[in-house]
Design a protein around this ligand. Structure first.
Ligand SMILES: [Fe+2]
Length: 244
């Protein structure tokens, strides 16, 4: 049984918020998506909750693997009075989906994914066990998403980019209103996703980054699946693996 006094793990210490919505000169509220990051499981994956002024939220890459991490996620949603309306996978590597069944059981949401990621999800239990994690059954899943789809929550929208190379089924989610992109394990600050797992391919990853991510404006903030955020412009100039 978890109580609030128990919720003091590193995941609690590592989350943060982007600034509160600003007020413009005419005192009209500027709509802004708020992004809450949690760092979960032994792989230190970034799980994100995105929400706007309506209170509707999406949960991206639920990595909360045990009761403590699951309580942290659920408490945040409860404290902020959020209504989870969608769950999404950037890709289906084991670390990004460890909390998926909890999300389905607790919030009645089956995560949306690109269909090419299905083989990883179907090997979830055996893959988790290979890392010493007793993970239960393979998670349920919902609708398939594809390149160009628009995913709506509240008054906000995310555009899907298909970006394979790290793993088949990898997608990124772009928000043009607030100028950010969630990239999973495709691109990191001065690094890129590994290509030595099944379906990984450096040439394809390079093409995804150059043709899908580096064509976004330089000021777009990049929220990766591990470690800290960066920007498209910074990576174009400083990424040692794929420069402009
Ligand atoms: Fe990955």
């Amino acid at each position: 049984m978890i109580n609030s006094d128990d919720i003091t793990t590193s995941a609690m210490l590592n989350h943060y918020l982007i600034p509160l919505p600003a007020i413009n000169k005419s005192s009209e509220l500027i709509i802004m998506v708020r992004i809450q990051k949690f760092i979960f499981n032994l792989f230190q994956v970034n799980t994100y909750i995105l929400y706007d002024e309506t209170g509707e939220c999406v949960i991206i890459d639920p990595g909360c693997v045990d009761e403590g991490e699951q309580a942290i996620l659920a408490k945040y949603i409860e404290d902020q009075k959020l209504s989870p309306v969608k769950a999404l996978f950037t890709h289906t590597h084991v670390d990004h989906i460890m909390g998926s069944q909890f999300i389905t059981d607790r919030f009645k949401l089956k995560p949306m994914l690109h269909k090419d990621g299905l083989p990883f999800l179907e090997r979830y239990t055996e893959t988790a066990l290979s890392y010493g994690v007793e993970a239960g059954k393979n998670p349920e899943y919902g609708e398939f998403i594809k390149d160009g789809d628009i995913i709506k929550f509240g008054n906000s929208r995310l555009k899907v980019l298909y970006t394979p190379g790290h793993a088949d089924g990898s997608v990124c989610f772009v928000n043009d209103d607030d100028r950010f992109v969630l990239v999973g394990d495709v691109l990191f600050k001065q690094s890129i996703g590994r290509t030595d797992f099944p379906t990984g391919d450096f040439d394809i990853l390079q093409k995804s980054i150059r043709e899908k991510l580096y064509t976004l404006p330089d000021d777009y903030t990049v929220y990766p699946g591990h470690m800290s955020e960066t920007s498209i412009g910074f990576e174009k100039s400083n990424n040692p693996f794929i420069s402009e």
